[in-house]
Write a protein that binds this ligand. Sequence first.
Ligand code: GLN
Length: 204
Amino acid sequence: MNISIGILSLQGDFPKHEEAFRRLEVRTRQVRTEGDLDGLSGLVIPGGESTTLSRLLIPAFAGTPDSIGGFAERLRDFATAHPVWGTCAGMILLCKDAGDARVTCLGLLDAEVIRNGYGGQVHSFETDLAIPSLNEKVKPFRAVFIRAPRVTKVGPDVEVLARLDDPRFHGEPVMLRRGNLLATSFHPELTDDLRVQQYFLEMF
Ligand code: GLN
């Protein structure tokens, strides 16, 4: 595929995303500055810490809620015209609100989350998801949740591609799509199953 995908590489598990796309023979580029976005076909915002990512993306005292300024503003512009996929902390940044003053959401995806909504590190879990858009008849998708955001509100234009089947959290959304934006509260890059990456590639 003749595209080049940027991987936001300020913090978090960006090498795992690079590795997954390498296996699919898709070119990637680490994005560390605004200029690194030039010429890219799309972008992945990896998991990590949304608080830290916010601090790195938004210069102190810059901007207002309408104009957050800096690298974040450039990312927002990029995401209006290119496919962007956020995993876990990346999902938090794409959403409208995370209920935490230390996090600056980009407000691109009409959804709200609670950070660490399924508990802390010791409550991390794996579960099978039925994801109709991923040819689930082959097998369910084994999803890894690590201090994942819990989706509490989804706007009418946002498509829910997967929900939890766990009795404790039954029916809660974990994979969202709106146009060129994709968000997963789990980490497909930590498994050998490349179907979410393939789904993302079909958005180009
Ligand atoms: N809990 C983290 C946050 O708030 C996200 C964890 C992750 O990306 N695995 O940013």
